[in-house]
Design a protein around this ligand. Structure first.
Ligand code: DLL
Length: 436
C-alpha cells in the first residue's frame, strides 16, 4: 500500500497524542496572543495558554460556530497580518456574506501535503492524468485538489466545474485516468456521455476522488459501475481547511482523518456532551498547525462516527464514517451550500413578491434542481406576461448572484400556497435521504 507520509500515517496513538498536545499548546498560545476573539473568551474563563496540559483540557474551551466567522467577517479571526497571507477562499454562510478563510505560504504547503496524502491513499500516482471538475472560484475544492495532485506528480487538467460536453471531450482526448468532482456531477457526466454516444467504460478513467456533499454507498456503487472506476470519498470544510481533512483509502472503510493536524471530537448535538469514539454525533474540529485561521472546537453540524481501530491498509489515523446528515437546515444543491435563509432574504428584498414562498429540490436525472414558488403580492400582474417574465428573470439573477446557482422560478397567485399553522415548512427536499 503506497503512502505519502508513512511515518505519520502509521504513527502509534501514544506518539500521535504527544504530538497533538505539543501542537495544541502552540495553537492555544497563538490564539491567546493573536486573536482577540479567543483571548476574550479565555480571559472570561480565566484561562491562560499554559492551562492546556492535556488534550482533554480543550474541553475547557467553548465551541466555535459559523456565526463567529460571520460576525468577524471578513478577516477578524485571522491570526496573521495581510502581508503573510498568500491566498483567500470563501464558502457560503447563512447570510449574503460568505465565510472567508486565509492561508499563509506554510498553510498552503501543509494543505497541499495533506491532499497529497489522501490522493496517494486513493491510489493516484504520477502516472495518472487527473481532471479537476470542482469549481476554482473561491470554493476550496478546485485549488485544494489541484495542488495536491501536482505534488504527487499527476498531470493536472484544471477543467473547473460545468461545461459537461467539453469535460467529456477532454477526458477522451487527454486520456484522463482520474476524475475529481462532486459525486453528483460524475453521474451527470455519465448521463451526458450516453446522450452523446460516448462509452465511458472505454475511456482510460480508472479512479475518482469525490466529495463536497453527502453521498451514500449505493451512489458509490452506481458511480463505480457506470464509469468503471474506483470511487473514494473525501471530506473537509473551508473553516477547518477545505478538502484534505479526511479521505478514504482504497479499502473504503471510512475516511482517514489527518489527526496530526486536526483534533477531532464527536459531541451530542443537543447537549454538547463529548462522546466516546464509536458513538454517533456531531464532528467538532480543532486545528493544530494552522497559522492564518486557527479554529478551536469548530462545530461542523456534520454527523458521523469515529473509529480508532487501525485500517487493513496499515494506517493508524482514525477513520470517520461517511457523513450521514447535518444538524441544521443547510442544503447542499449541486455541491453548493445553500441556506433557506439566503433564498428568503433575496425574495424578501424583491418588489412584487409576497411573503409566502416554497422551495422545492428534486432530482432531474442525476442533477439537483432548485425550484422556487413565489406568491405574487398583487394578483393583477397575472395578466401581464411581459412583467411576469421580467420579474422572474430578476429573481433568478438575484438568486444567482447570492447562491451561484440557477433556480427555476414559478410565480403563483396571491394566497395560493399552503399555509401552515405551526412552524412554516417552506423547504420540500424531494431527493431521497441518501441523495441529499
Ligand atoms: O466542501 C470542502 C471539500 C471540497 C471537501 C472538495 C471535499 C472535496 P465547504 O464548501 O465549506 O467545503 O462545505 C463543507 O460540505 O460541512 C459537509 O456538510 C459537506 N461535505 C463536504 N464533503 C463531504 C463529504 C467543502 N465527503 C460542508 N460527505 C461540510 C458529506 C460533505 N458531506
Amino acid at each position: 500500500m503506497m503512502m505519502w507520509d508513512k511515518e505519520m500515517e502509521t504513527i502509534s496513538r501514544k506518539k500521535l497524542e504527544e504530538l497533538q498536545l505539543e501542537r495544541l499548546k502552540w495553537t492555544m498560545n497563538r490564539v491567546y496572543t493573536k486573536v482577540p476573539y479567543y483571548r476574550q473568551i479565555m480571559d472570561e474563563r480565566n484561562l491562560k495558554p499554559e492551562d492546556f496540559k492535556t488534550l482533554k483540557d480543550i474541553q475547557r474551551m467553548p465551541f466555535t460556530v459559523k456565526t463567529a466567522l460571520r460576525d468577524y467577517y471578513p478577516f477578524g479571526l485571522f491570526a496573521e497580518p495581510q502581508e503573510n497571507i498568500v491566498r483567500l477562499h470563501a464558502s457560503s454562510g447563512t447570510t449574503g456574506k460568505p465565510i472567508v478563510v486565509g492561508y499563509t505560504a506554510k498553510d498552503l504547503d501543509t494543505w497541499t501535503n495533506l491532499l497529497a496524502r489522501i490522493i496517494t491513499a486513493a491510489g493516484v500516482t504520477k502516472h495518472d492524468t487527473a481532471q479537476v471538475a470542482f469549481g476554482y472560484g473561491l470554493f476550496t475544492g478546485g485549488f485544494g485538489l489541484h495542488y495536491g495532485l501536482e505534488r504527487v506528480g499527476a498531470t493536472v487538467i484544471p477543467a473547473s466545474g460545468g461545461n459537461t460536453e467539453k469535460q467529456l471531450m477532454l477526458m477522451q482526448d487527454f486520456g484522463t485516468t482520474t476524475l475529481i468532482s462532486t459525486p453528483t456531477y460524475s453521474l451527470h457526466l455519465a448521463e451526458v456521455a450516453v446522450q452523446m454516444g460516448i462509452d465511458m467504460k472505454k475511456m482510460k478513467l480508472r479512479t475518482g476522488l469525490f466529495g463536497g456533499e453527502p453521498w451514500s454507498n449505493e451512489m458509490r456503487r452506481e458511480i463505480e459501475n457506470r464509469l468503471s472506476i474506483i470511487a473514494t470519498d473525501n471530506y473537509g470544510l473551508s473553516e477547518v481547511m477545505g478538502p484534505g481533512v479526511a479521505g478514504e483509502c482504497t479499502y473504503a472503510t471510512g475516511l482517514h482523518i489527518n489527526e496530526d493536524h486536526f483534533l477531532v471530537e464527536t459531541i451530542d448535538p443537543d447537549t454538547g456532551e463529548v462522546l466516546e469514539p464509536g458513538q454517533k454525533g456531531e464532528l467538532v474540529f480543532t486545528s493544530l498547525t494552522k497559522e492564518t485561521l486557527p479554529i478551536i472546537r469548530y462545530r461542523t453540524k456534520d454527523i458521523s462516527v469515529i473509529n480508532q481501530e487501525p485500517c487493513p491498509c496499515g494506517r493508524t489515523l482514525a477513520r470517520m464514517e461517511k457523513v450521514t446528515g447535518r444538524t441544521d437546515d443547510m442544503l447542499i444543491i449541486r455541491g453548493v451550500n445553500v441556506f433557506p435563509s439566503q433564498i428568503e432574504s433575496v425574495l424578501m428584498n424583491m418588489k412584487g413578491i409576497g411573503t409566502n414562498y416554497c422551495i422545492n429540490i428534486y432530482k432531474k436525472g442525476y442533477l439537483d434542481e432548485l425550484e422556487i414558488l413565489c406568491e405574487l403580492a398583487d394578483g393583477s400582474l397575472l395578466d401581464k406576461y411581459a412583467e411576469l417574465e421580467h420579474l422572474k428573470a430578476e429573481i433568478k439573477a438575484n438568486l444567482r448572484s447570492v447562491l451561484s446557482i440557477n433556480a427555476k422560478i414559478k410565480l403563483v397567485e396571491p394566497l395560493s400556497l399552503e399555509r401552515s399553522y405551526g412552524k412554516a415548512k417552506r423547504v420540500n427536499d424531494m431527493r431521497k435521504p441518501e441523495e441529499r
